[in-house]
Design a binder for this molecule. Structure first.
Ligand code: GDP
Ligand code: IMO
Ligand code: MG
Length: 437
């Protein structure tokens, strides 16, 4: 089809967007690492170092926060698009950590000159907002993500490209520091921030990053025109999206598929396919509604078996049953063509497994989520219950060897969300991944 990047019948997809279809931590890092093998470019388009994407290769574990998970494959170009917010110190630390592990980013990492920069005052404001509130606390990662995006939208932000014009950068920074200090000093007895100190520190970061910075929009559009395969790596998950998620308990970026277009500068007509990653159950970190959350007993079991602790903050993740209402909504909002179901093995020991198929609220049954802010807090999930498989699936290498109960569970999920299952993951490593038919 013209306008699509060779994505006609029987042809390979050239531009794929991969998104988390729940509240993040679905296993996107593992799936990106697998898909990256066939791609030329892997692109982050939103979020920042609030993300934590884990890739396990052999006995080595890598946790990527800002750098696309494709970096672990030789020769892949990894792009941080302008929709990402960058803490330069965190980025440099990540580049250096990878270098110490034998992975050289110097020729393969490209950073947009239009990405916004996280400054120390963003992190402080993030912390202050969280500590001031008891009720209504979001449970952020305290990485300064929200305040940095707020500055971007308020048109007072500072972008990576600005760091290379000292006079311009210095004037904008001074203005920002003055404004932020009035806020910080109001909340706590502190000296506030010193703009000349920040200026010096950030000019050093800019010098380090100079060779990586470029016009990534041009780079990606040229790549697509030249038939290169590009994978857009979503961070967070659909229900953390600032527009679509469980507002205000969300992150501050567009973590749904549309964010790939605005955050990487690639038009919707160029995207061939959207893949959603879902866990075989549900987790969320931080505050906010969670209708299918387990009771403490089961929570403990699944958290332990699934290693459900944040890859960025180490916080214990909240765990619950698979919520097909949420994921079905996610399929619509992202235009998901196929899903990858991860962590099936974590459910191996359960005698009974539930799937939420609807909600009850004020005497009515719902299969979608209305805008009522109290809905998700007060609705009661309607469950279907299935027998567990009570067998170890972590060593299975073909979908034909999956226990019948696991197939039944997966097929019911497929039916409820109305989407093809592409892959099923039964463990952390690359080889613990099955093509599902
Ligand atoms: P992401 O943010 O979506 O990339 O996910 P995280 O890396 O934050 O969390 C997913 C966790 O689950 C990581 O520790 C992965 O190594 C692990 N993981 C991924 N797939 C599987 C799986 O199929 N089974 C098990 N047991 N662990 C998995
Ligand atoms: P990955 O990419 C899970 C959550 C935080 C908090 C909310 C807002 O690894 O899936 P923020 O610091 O972004 O302002 O926090 O969003 N959050 C995530 N939860 N996985 C993530 O990323 C997350 N990134 C942010 O816990 O509830
Ligand atoms: Mg994560």
């Amino acid at each position: 089809m013209e306008g699509k990047n060779q994505a006609g019948a029987g042809q390979e997809c050239r531009a794929i967007v991969l998104v988390g279809a729940q509240w993040g931590d679905e296993g996107k890092g593992k799936v990106i690492d697998i898909l990256a093998e066939k791609m030329d470019y892997v692109v982050r388009y939103q979020g920042g170092n609030n993300a934590g994407h884990t890739v396990v290769i052999g006995d080595r574990k890598y946790v990527l926060h800002l750098i696309p998970s494709g970096i672990l494959h030789d020769g892949k170009i990894c792009v941080i698009g302008h929709g990402v917010v960058i803490d330069p110190k965190a980025l440099i630390d990540e580049i250096e950590l990878l270098r110490s592990q034998g992975i050289d980013c110097s020729e393969r990492l490209k950073i947009s000159d239009k990405a916004h920069v996280i400054f120390p005052y963003h992190k402080r404001i993030d912390e202050l907002r969280e500590s001031r509130r008891v009720k209504g606390r979001i449970g952020t990662t305290k990485k300064g993500i929200g305040p940095c995006y707020a500055d971007k939208v308020a048109r007072v932000g500072i972008r990576i490209g600005d760091l290379y014009d000292k006079e311009y950068f210095s004037a904008r920074l001074e203005d920002n520091v003055e404004e932020k200090n009035s806020m910080v000093k109001n909340f706590e007895r502190s000296e506030g921030f010193c703009s000349s100190e920040i200026l010096e520190e950030y000019l050093n970061y800019a010098e380090y990053l100079k060779g990586f910075v470029t016009d990534t929009t041009l780079l990606l559009n040229d790549a697509l025109k030249n038939g290169k395969a590009v994978l857009f790596e979503g961070a967070q998950g659909t229900f953390l999206d600032v527009d679509y998620g469980t507002y205000p308990y969300v992150t501050s970026s567009s973590s749904t598929a549309g964010g790939a277009c605005t955050g990487a500068g690639v038009g919707p007509s160029r995207i061939d396919r959207v893949i959603g990653v879902v866990k075989a159950y549900t987790t969320r970190v931080g505050e906010g509604p969670f209708p299918t959350e387990f009771d403490p007993g089961l929570m403990e079991i699944i958290r332990k078996k699934g290693g459900e602790f944040g890859a960025t903050t180490g916080r214990a993740r909240r765990c619950g049953w698979f919520d097909s209402v949420l994921v079905k909504n996610s399929v619509d909002i992202n235009g998901i063509d196929q899903v990858v179901v991860t962590k099936i093995d974590v459910l191996d020991e359960l005698e009974k497994i539930k799937i939420c198929v609807a909600y009850r609220y004020n005497g009515k049954t719902y299969t979608s989520i209305p805008g009522d802010p109290r809905f998700l807090d007060n609705c009661v999930p309607v469950y279907e219950e299935y027998p567990g498989w009570m067998r170890d699936t972590s060593g299975i290498t073909s979908h034909e060897d999956l226990p019948a109960e696991a197939v039944r569970y997966l097929n019911r999920i497929r039916e409820l969300i109305g989407t093809e299952i592409m892959l099923v993951s039964v463990g952390k490593s690359r080889k613990q991944t099955l093509i599902y038919k």
